[in-house]
Design a protein around this ligand. Structure first.
Ligand SMILES: [Zn+2]
Length: 272
């Protein structure tokens, strides 16, 4: 039996060029989560009107209030960033916000507790080369960052994050891919065969700066043709995680697969 295979996309920062990404997702019938802060000193933000338009078709997730990395803040400051960012986005979008992503992928153990305490169902990190359900939904990794990192950078990040499963996947699933689009195609390929979650995350402003709209369009068109993958938002996946964990039994066994990297990936490796 082929285990369930899921496809999800997330876009960070709420930059005005996110509208262009949203148009592509609509064109190719893809689901996505846009993580949007209320303010960002480093970059322009979409108008409230733009955010409402995106929220009509896609999930919006919180990215704190000021886009400040949580690892630098006191508990009190971090709590305010997390809670105020959620409330602000719920007011703008007119609906509950259940998904969170850590600004710049930075957090501490305490930040994770605060995000959970604020009522989110899960949180996306920037830990990459991860193609499965995590043990902790507040440490949700991604397959691919839409930016072409050098192999040395991928390995260094994996080591710093103690993401050994990711390092293994980078070599054996993603085949040391040089470009991010090739990297993600390997994720989709593997997830369709072995189950799991193919998760692409990117910043539209980075796609724009790198002049990669054509690459993004081609990749999205390509993955939209993979019929074997169930398309979900990040929030849908977080809900699914909780539903399975509550049920226990078969669900929890599948959930843990992502966290037993070597044994499971070696099985996959033989089959790839
Ligand atoms: Zn960000």
């Amino acid at each position: 039996m082929i285990p369930k295979a899921y496809l999800t996309v997330s876009v960070d920062d709420g930059h005005p060029t996110d509208m262009r990404s949203a148009e592509l997702f609509q064109r190719f019938g893809l689901k996505a989560t846009f993580y949007i802060p209320a303010r960002n000193l480093e970059r322009e933000l979409m108008s409230v009107h733009g955010i409402r338009e995106v929220a009509q078709h896609f999930e919006v997730g919180s990215h704190t209030f000021n886009h400040t990395p949580l690892n630098r803040l006191s508990d009190e400051e971090a709590r305010a960033e997390i809670n105020d960012g959620k409330k602000w986005l719920e007011d703008v979008a007119g609906r509950e916000v259940v998904a969170f992503s850590y600004p710049k992928g930075k957090f501490r153990a305490r930040s994770v507790q605060l995000v959970r305490g604020a009522g989110f169902l899960g949180a996306r990190t920037c830990m990459s080369n991860v193609n499965g359900f995590p043990r902790n939904p507040f440490l949700w990794g991604v397959s691919t960052h839409g930016y072409s990192h050098r192999a040395a950078v991928q390995i260094r990040h994996a080591l710093l994050e103690k993401n050994f499963r990711g390092m293994f996947n980078f070599v054996f699933t993603h085949r040391l891919a040089r470009t991010w689009s090739e990297h993600f195609r390997h994720a989709v390929d593997s997830v369709e065969k072995h189950g799991g979650v193919a998760h692409l995350y990117f910043h539209s402003w980075e796609i724009d700066e790198q002049g990669q709209w054509n690459d993004l369009t081609r990749l999205l068109e390509n993955i939209s043709q993979w019929k074997g993958l169930v398309r979900l938002t990040n929030g849908d996946l977080f809900k699914l995680w909780h539903a399975r964990t509550k049920k226990g039994g078969q669900g929890s066994r599948e959930d843990k697969e992502g966290d037993l990297p070597l044994r499971n990936q070696q099985e996959s490796r033989g089959a790839v």
